[in-house]
Design a protein around this ligand. Sequence first.
Ligand SMILES: [Zn+2]
Length: 122
Amino acid sequence: MAMVACRECEHRVSDSAETCPSCGIGSPGGVTQLEIKRVSRLMGAAVPMAVWIDSNHVGTLASGKSLTHTVTPGTHRVECGLQQAGSKDGAQEFDVPAGRRLVIVVTTSKWNGKPIFSAELA
Ligand SMILES: [Zn+2]
């Protein structure tokens, strides 16, 4: 977390603040994007993978697909689970700098179907 100038009024705010305490604008530190990609695999490919960001369900991914979600800069917790199991099988926290896009690639373990994450800045 870092202090930055609000993009509207230049009040000093946390880069992960959801609203500016001075002018009330949303995402005063700017926005960033999380792109979550599911690697295509033969095993379990027919089962949709549910995705949560900071405990909010943001969608499901078919094998080989991706979804992009706009978030505030800072640390976000990404959780994935194969829906057949009906649970969050794996989670990892990612730090996303302001103005960047973080691509998170999710693959599933051959052994137990649990998600394995890797991430890089786009
Ligand atoms: Zn402001």
